[in-house]
Design a protein around this ligand. Structure first.
Ligand code: NAD
Length: 481
């Protein structure tokens, strides 16, 4: 059932209780540009209270048998599943994605929690003989700050909550101020599921994020967002030496080899670049196409771009792409489009939107072979604009793909999968796919090389990232002579 966000009440979750914000801030629907709801602004004192609640809850949570925490994760997933429509509806309103995609995002949160509940961290026995027993084990860190971006308001939380809680930590979750609503409701529906203080949800504008990263009460900052903000997070955490995991920006290259099946690959590459209106860290953001197939690939992609439905997902269930998710990002993408136009790069589809249109809509835009120095090639667009880049020599395409400060994901496309695999091995990125893109799994770690991040999320490694390593050594006493 659709309940307009403005008719709902949103509160922080601190110590298992609803807490009004000190003030409120406006949340905007990107499909209309209109204010959608007021969200609670967490004050400095309330941040301290959330940290204190998490610190108080930590010893008992960490002391639970891990089987008990697994059960909590499964109950969280069951509870989320019973609220799919309510949460998806909020994601549609605040983020702007199609309803079906929002439902999948909510379902993914439950799926990730259940799958994470099945991960086991084993002790290592280093030595066990008559002299000593030495065992290395993983212990929880303490209180984790989970800071997330607006592209998948709940999806991004799923990479952090399960692993952090399973490992025995307590959490303060801070979603983006552009998309706070679904996370606030998540906190609300989990209040009776988890012990008080184990999961706190706070929202706010104006430096709440930086107050978190330099707060002495956190043992770990698990951050997903842009590379520039990631640098600030790392600097902030330096004061306390809180551990950091940084999942940052990307500028993923896809290399299309000359033996590719153009039509099949185009259908996948279109969504690799434009799903979620291009606002995916692992979206294809530069497409290197061999000259032999460049024109065919460009034509196929342009046909798809011309026919895909773009609109307000709150009004039409069937739209395939929604607006850019907020005014700041809309301006970033417009700036890149203006730069393309000013340099005379041709658009094969889309282009600058009609300024009279309400909402932050940009149709999928293909840029025809701009130079490697173009901003649309060098910078992360994080929106529905894709540069197509022609190459003739595979080694040259690999070098151009690797010529980036980013190294999040990459993909290679061709019918000779052995040859494609050889190309994939030479790409500098945390995940490289052949003939697919963006396939993630809760048991498979992902993370960025270079300035796309530090550390990984998901899988066993993603759980270990929420632990300290501890070696316990017992020297056996010799029997008295
Ligand atoms: P952002 O860096 O602006 O914000 C991310 C989060 O950090 C938000 O919650 C924000 O409020 C908070 N924040 C802002 N300033 C802060 C500070 N100084 N200290 C601490 N927190 C602060 O990013 P965004 O615009 O929300 O998201 C888009 C970016 O995120 C893109 O670059 C995208 O590639 C990246 N991203 C990366 C991944 C990944 O897994 N690598 C996933 C999704 C998005």
């Amino acid at each position: 059932m659709h309940i307009p966000a403005r008719d709902q009440k949103f509160t922080l979750t601190i110590d298992g209780l609803p807490v009004e914000g000190a003030t409120t801030f406006d949340v905007t629907n990107p499909a209309t540009g209109q204010v959608l709801a007021a969200a609670p602004q967490c004050s400095t004192d309330q941040l301290d209270e959330a940290v204190a609640a998490a610190r108080t809850a930590f010893p008992a949570w960490a002391a639970l048998p891990v089987e008990r925490r697994r059960q909590y994760l499964r109950t969280m997933a069951d509870t989320i599943d019973t609220h799919t429509e309510m949460l998806a509806d909020l994601v549609v309103q605040e983020q702007g994605k199609p309803r079906g995609v929002a439902r999948t995002e909510v379902a993914g949160l439950g799926y990730w929690l259940r799958a994470t509940a099945g991960i086991t961290v084993l002790d290592t026995v280093n030595q066990d003989d008559e002299e000593r027993r030495s065992v290395t084990r993983q212990v929880p860190l303490g209180v984790v700050a989970a800071i997330t971006p607006w592209n998948y308001p709940l999806g991004q939380a799923s990479f952090k909550l399960g692993p952090a809680l399973l490992a025995g930590n307590t959490v303060v979750l801070k979603p983006s101020a552009f998309t706070p609503l679904a996370n606030l409701k998540l906190g609300e529906i989990l209040r009776d599921v988890l012990p008080p203080g184990v999961l706190n949800v706070i929202t706010g504008t104006g430096g709440l994020g930086s107050r978190i990263t330099s707060h002495p009460g956190f043992d770990k900052i698990s951050f997903t967002g842009s590379t520039p903000t990631g640098r600030s997070v790392m600097a902030g955490a330096a004061t306390t030496m809180a551990r950091v995991t940084l999942e940052l920006g990307g500028n993923d290259a896809a290399i299309v080899l000359p033996d590719v099946h153009v039509k099949q690959a185009a259908a996948q590459l279109f969504w690799a670049a434009f799903a979620n209106t291009g606002q995916i860290c692992l979206a294809t953001k530069r497409l290197y196409v061999h000259a032999d197939v460049y024109d065919d690939m460009a034509r196929e992609l342009a046909d798809l771009a011309a026919t895909v439905t773009v609109g307000d997902p709150g009004q039409d269930e069937d739209v395939e792409l929604g607006p850019v998710s907020n005014l700041r990002q809309y301006r970033t993408v417009l700036d890149l489009l203006h730069d393309c136009r000013d340099h005379g790069y041709a658009f094969l589809s889309g282009g600058l939107p009609d300024p009279e249109t309400a909402g932050y809509f940009i149709r999928p835009t293909l840029v025809d072979n701009p130079p490697d120095s173009a901003r649309i090639v060098r910078e992360e667009q994080f929106g529905p604009v894709l540069p197509l880049l022609k190459y003739t020599d595979t080694a040259d395409a690999i070098a151009r793909a690797n010529d980036s400060e980013y190294g999040l994901g990459a993909s290679v496309w061709g019918t000779d999968t052995e040859a494609a695999h050889r190309v994939a091995q030479r790409l500098q990125a945390g995940t490289v796919w052949v003939n697919e893109s963006m396939h993630l799994h809760p048991h498979v770690p992902f993370g960025g090389h270079k300035q796309s991040g530090i550390g990984v999320e998901s899988g066993l490694a993603g759980v270990l990232a929420f632990t300290n390593t501890q070696t316990l050594t017992v020297k056996h006493t010799q029997p008295q002579a």
